[in-house]
Ligand binder design. Sequence first.
Ligand SMILES: [Fe+2]
Ligand SMILES: [Fe+2]
Length: 377
Amino acid sequence: MTKIETNITVDAAYEAVAPDDFPAMMEVDRYNKRSTAFDKIISATHDHFWDPMDTKYIDFSAPFDMENEYLVDPELFADLKTAVGDKLDEKQKIKLVNLDTQWSLSSILHGEAGALALSASLCHILKDPGAQEYAANQAREEARHVAGFSRYIQARWGKPVQVGPALGDTLTELVNSPLVWKKIVGMQMLVEGLAMGAFATFYKMGRDPLMVKLMQLVMTDEAFHHKFGKIWADRTIPNINPAERDAIEDWAWHIFQVLLFNLGSPEQKKHIYAAVGLDWEWVQGAFMEAMTDANIREEMQESTNIFRVLIKTLLKAGIITSRTSMNYAAFIDMKELYAEGDRMVGDDIAEEGIKYLLQLNGQGNRAYSLDKMTAAE
Ligand SMILES: [Fe+2]
Ligand SMILES: [Fe+2]
C-alpha cells in the first residue's frame, strides 16, 4: 500500500500546520481568511441543542428488565441464526443479545471519545478560523455524546467493557495522526458513517425506549458531522492526483476491515460467549458453517446493513471505485447504491429529532431541511 504522509490540501479551508505549531495560529493574516463553507452548520447548532444531564430531554432513570427482555429485536443478531441459537435457551439468548448490545454501545462510546479527541486535535492543526470553529463545535457535541452513552451504559450495565484491540488501535492512530485527510476519511467518513448506520439500526430495532431516545438525540448532531466529511470529499477527491486517490481508497478499505472485525469477530468479544457457556472458537466455526448456507448468508447480510451508510458515503465521495468495489459487494448490493441519491437513512430520523428539539427549545414548529442547513456556501 502506498503511504501518503502529507495533508493533501487542495482547498484552502483545510490548510493545516503541525500540531505543535501554535505560532502559525498567531500570523496576523490568518484571522481574516475564513472559509464560509461551514457557517451554516455552525449556526445550526442551536437548532439541535440537547443536554444529557437534563431530564427535560432524556431521563436515564427509566427502568428496563435486563434479565427477561431483549434490549434490541433479536432478529438483528445473526449469531442466533447459526448453531449458536440452537445451543441456548430463551434466557441465555436474552443474555447474549443484551451483552452484545453492551459491546456495541461500548464500542460506540469509545468511538465518541475518539471523535471528541479528534475534533479537538483538528483545532490544533487547521488554520482556517471557520474550519476551526466547526471542529470546536463538533468537539462540544461529541462531549455530550460521551456523556449520553456513559449515562446509558451506566444505567443498564454499570460500566462499559474494554475497547477491542482492533478498534482501540485504529482510534488511537486517527487521533494522533497529524494528517488532515486521514482524520477526515477515517473519522468523519468511516467511523461516523458506521455510527450513523448503527444509530439508525438501534433506533429502528431498539426495544428499550430510553435507548431509542438517545439514538435520536445523538443523530440530530451526527448528521451534521457526516456532512462535514462530505464537504471535504467534494472539494478534495476530484482534485487530487490518481496515486493519492488510490492510496486513500486502499487505506479506507483497510479501516473498513478493522471496523468489520471489531463488530463481527467472536475473537474480539470472547467474554460475551463465555458468559453463556460458549467457546469463541466454536462460535467462529458455527459462523463459518452458516456462511455456506445461502439462506442464512442472506439473513446475515441483512444484519450488516449497518455498514450501508459508510459504504454509500465512500462510494458517493469517489473513495470506492471499480478498484475496490468488489470487496464491498460481499456486504451490500453495490448496484443499488450506485443508483441512489445522496440522502442517507439517518437523515430522516435526524430531521424528525431536530423538529422535536426546536419545539422543546421553544423555537416553535417549523419545517426543517437538513440538506439546506448543511449546504456549503
Ligand atoms: Fe458523536
Ligand atoms: Fe460525530
